[in-house]
Design a protein around this ligand. Structure first.
Ligand SMILES: O=C(O)CCC(=O)C(=O)O
Ligand SMILES: [Fe+2]
Length: 299
C-alpha cells in the first residue's frame, strides 16, 4: 500500500477534499528543480550554521533552519504559492483569517532515527481541538528527493479523526515518497513524523505551515523578520505574517489601530472597529466574517 498522489495541476478543491478525508495530499512536482536550486543557494549558509536539535523530537541529527521570510526571497515565493494559499483559504475558511504559522528547513541527516509520530496541533499546549475544527494547513516541500531510506515523512493515513485514545506505531505509517519539488500537504490532526534516515544522503524539506488567525504563531514572525526587511515586503505577505487583525480586534496596536500602521504609517491611520468593519466587508474576509456574526447576534 502507498499514499495517494495528485498531479501538479490539482485544484485547491481537490487538495482540500483530500485533507478533509484522508488528512494529507501529496502533489507531485509542483515547483521545478531549478526553483529548489535557487532556494538552496539562498539558504545554504544558514543551514550550514544551524545546530542539531537538542532532543529526540527535534532530532539530534536534524537541523531546523528558520526565519526564512527574512533570509530568503525565494522562500517568500513558496509561502505565497498559489495552490498552497488557495488550499489553506478553503480548508480554514471557517475562521475569519488564516496566517503563516512557521517557516523551517528540516534537514534530516544520515543516521537520524525516526521522529516520534505526533499531531502538529499539539503545539497549542495539548488542547483537545474538536475533530470538526481544523486549525492548520501544513506543507512539507521536498527540497531533496524523498525516499523511504532517506527518511521521507511518514503519515498514518486516516488517523486524524476519533483518535483521542489511540496510539500509533511506525508500522501503522507509510512514507510520503516523492520527487524533489513535490509538496506534502497535511492537517494539524493527522499523525506523522520524519522517517529514519538509513541512507548516506540528506533528506531536506521546507516546512511552511498556515494556521487560523486567532492562535499564537509557532515561529514569531515579528521578531524573526526585522522591521527594515518587513518594510520592503508586499502587503499580502505582510498580512499573512500577522500584520492584520486575526479576527475583530485580535492583534491591534496602539489606539485600536491596524497593525499595518507599524510598517507603513499611512497619511490617515487605519483603525479597526465595527463601523469600519462594515465598510470593508466586501474586500476583506476577516471583516465579512465579523459582520455576518454581528448580524446573527444582532449586536
Ligand atoms: O521532517 C519531517 O518529515 C516532519 C517534521 C515534523 O513533523 C515536525 O517537526 O513537526
Ligand atoms: Fe510534525
Amino acid at each position: 500500500m502507498s499514499l495517494l498522489h495528485l498531479p501538479s495541476d490539482a485544484t485547491a478543491d481537490q487538495v482540500a477534499e483530500s485533507l478533509q478525508t484522508h488528512g494529507y495530499a501529496i502533489v507531485d512536482e509542483l515547483v521545478s528543480n531549478e526553483f529548489m536550486d535557487r532556494l538552496y543557494a539562498e539558504t545554504a549558509p544558514y543551514i550550514d550554521a544551524t545546530p542539531y536539535g537538542t532532543d529526540s523530537f527535534l532530532g539530534q541529527k536534524t537541523r531546523r533552519t528558520g526565519a526564512l521570510i527574512a533570509r530568503s526571497p525565494v522562500a517568500r515565493e513558496l509561502v505565497m504559492n498559489p495552490l498552497a494559499i488557495a488550499t489553506a483559504g478553503k480548508f480554514l475558511a471557517h475562521a475569519s483569517t488564516f496566517q503563516l504559522h512557521l517557516t523551517q528547513i528540516i534537514s534530516v541527516e544520515p543516521g537520524s532515527p525516526a521522529q516520534p509520530l505526533h499531531q502538529d496541533q499539539l503545539a497549542w499546549d495539548f488542547f483537545p481541538f474538536p475533530d470538526d475544527y481544523h486549525i492548520q494547513c501544513n506543507l512539507l516541500w521536498a527540497m531533496s528527493d524523498y525516499t523511504e531510506e532517506m527518511g521521507a515523512t511518514r503519515i498514518v493515513p486516516n488517523s486524524q479523526y476519533g483518535n483521542r485514545e489511540k496510539t500509533y506505531t511506525q508500522a501503522d505509517s507509510l512514507p510520503a515518497v516523492m520527487k524533489r519539488g513535490s509538496a506534502l500537504f497535511y492537517t494539524g490532526k493527522v499523525f506523522h513524523g520524519a522517517g529514519a534516515n538509513v541512507s548516506n544522503q540528506i533528506r531536506r524539506a521546507i516546512n511552511i505551515t498556515y494556521a487560523v488567525g486567532w492562535v499564537r504563531q509557532e515561529e514569531n514572525q515579528y521578531i524573526s523578520t526585522p522591521l527594515e526587511i518587513a518594510r520592503t515586503l508586499p502587503e499580502d505577505l505582510l498580512k499573512l505574517m500577522g500584520y492584520q487583525t486575526g479576527c475583530f480586534a485580535l492583534g491591534y496596536m496602539r489606539d485600536f489601530e491596524d497593525p499595518m500602521n507599524a510598517i507603513r504609517e499611512p497619511a490617515e491611520r487605519r483603525v479597526v472597529g465595527i463601523e469600519l468593519t462594515q465598510k470593508n466587508a466586501e474586500n476583506d474576509q476577516s471583516m465579512a466574517h465579523m459582520v455576518a456574526h454581528l448580524q446573527r447576534e444582532s449586536l
